[in-house]
Design a protein around this ligand. Structure first.
Ligand SMILES: C[S@@+](CC[C@H](N)C(=O)[O-])C[C@H]1O[C@@H](n2cnc3c(N)ncnc32)[C@H](O)[C@@H]1O
Length: 218
C-alpha cells in the first residue's frame, strides 16, 4: 500500500532541498509501513490514512531536518546527541535518525509500548544511532546538545521539565504549528528565545514553525 507513497515522498524530499540516498528513502518508507502496521497495537497516532501519515507526520518531520542540519553543521560537533521528548511513535526522532546518521538520537517517552516500538524500528531499520528510553523526561539526568519535541507540551512545560537534560551550550528545538504567542509570553527569564523559524511542509497548507531556545546565561 505505502509503496504508492514513494513518489510523493521523493517529491517532498526534493522540495525541501534534502539529498537523501536510496537507502534512506527505503528506511523512511519502511518506517511508514511499521507505523501503519503497529499503529493499532501500540496506539501510536490517531491518523489512519497512509497519505495523511505521509504529509502530516513524515513530511512535517522532514521539514525540520534542513534547519537542524544547518544548526549542527554550524556547531561542528564531533558526535552530536539529541533527545526527543515525548516521541511517541518516533516523530520527528526516527526521521532525524534516518536523515542525519551522524546524529545520536534518543527518544524518551513514559509509555513502555511506544518505547518498545522505537526499539523495534531501530532494529528493523538497522539504525544504530536510535535509542528508546522509558522514563518521564523530568527524571533523566544525561545531557544532550539538542532537545527537541513535537506535539508534546506548552513551551514553558517542555523547557522546565527538560532543562536538566540540555547542555549549558545546547539548544531546544520545539516544533509548533503557528507561532505560539501565549506560550512564548509565559516563558521564564531562564529561557532565551533565539528564533522562530517558519517551516513549509510540502503538500500541507498549514502554518508550522520551530521555536529555537537556549538557557539564558546567568
Ligand atoms: C501527543 S504525543 C506526541 C508524539 C510525537 N512526538 C508526535 O509528534 O506524534 C505526546 C507523547 O508525550 C509522552 N509524554 C507525556 N508526558 C511525558 C513526560 N513527562 N516525559 C516523557 N514523555 C511524556 C506521551 O506518552 C506521548 O507519547
Amino acid at each position: 500500500m505505502s509503496a504508492l507513497l514513494e513518489a510523493p515522498l521523493r517529491d517532498g524530499v526534493g522540495q525541501l532541498g534534502l539529498s537523501l540516498d536510496d537507502g534512506q528513502i527505503e528506511q523512511l518508507m519502511a518506517f511508514l509501513d511499521l507505523l501503519q502496521k503497529w499503529n493499532k497495537v501500540y496506539n501510536l497516532t490517531s491518523l489512519r490514512d497512509p497519505q495523511e501519515m505521509l504529509t502530516h507526520h513524515m513530511l512535517d518531520s522532514l521539514a525540520a531536518v534542513p534547519p537542524l542540519a544547518r544548526y549542527l553543521a554550524g556547531k561542528g560537533l564531533a558526535s552530536p546527541k539529541l533527545l526527543d521528548v515525548g516521541s511517541g511513535g518516533g516523530l520527528p526522532a526516527v526521521v532525524f535518525a534516518i536523515c542525519l546518521p551522524e546524529l545520536d538520537v534518543s527518544c524518551v517517552d513514559t509509555v513502555g509500548k511506544k518505547v518498545a516500538f522505537i526499539q523495534q524500528v531501530a532494529a528493523a531499520l538497522r539504525l544504530r544511532n536510535l535509542h528508546g528510553i522509558q522514563s518521564r523526561v523530568e527524571q533523566l539526568s544525561q545531557q544532550y546538545d539538542v532537545v527537541s519535541c513535537r506535539a508534546f507540551a506548552a513551551l514553558q512545560d517542555f523547557t522546565a521539565w527538560s532543562a536538566q537534560t540540555l547542555r549549558a551550550d545546547g539548544i531546544w528545538l520545539a516544533m509548533k504549528a503557528k507561532k505560539p504567542d501565549d506560550e512564548l509570553a509565559s516563558l521564564p527569564a531562564t529561557v532565551q528565545v533565539l528564533n522562530i523559524e517558519p517551516l513549509k511542509v510540502p503538500g500541507l497548507d498549514a502554518e508550522r514553525c520551530i521555536v529555537w531556545m537556549q538557557h539564558q546565561a546567568a
